[in-house]
Ligand binder design. Structure first.
Ligand SMILES: [Zn+2]
Length: 89
């Protein structure tokens, strides 16, 4: 079993695990970098607006409108892609 010293609490913990046994912090730097890389917004990924329960009513209605607009946009794009796949040969 590989043991590594936790950089957060200073205790020796399992090196094969990505988080510290004692404080729960991430010990593996490579894993940490991978996580932060994945958390970054991917410009090619289509993201819908997230509506939270704690949002005020004006923000909720604004986001709902934006969400519907996104759905319509997505539907229109899908139709265009579908049509172009039929006619472009
Ligand atoms: Zn720790």
């Amino acid at each position: 079993m590989r043991k590594i010293k936790c950089e957060h609490c200073g205790l020796w913990t399992h090196g094969d695990r990505q988080t510290c046994n004692y404080c729960g912090e991430v010990t593996d730097e490579r894993y940490k970098q991978e996580v932060s890389k994945r958390n970054k917004i991917n410009p090619f990924e289509f993201r819908f607006v997230k509506i939270y329960a704690i949002d005020p009513w004006w923000l909720k209605s604004g986001k709902s409108f934006l969400y519907i607009a996104q759905l319509i946009f997505f539907a229109v794009v899908s139709v265009i892609v579908y049509l172009s796949s039929i006619f472009v040969h």
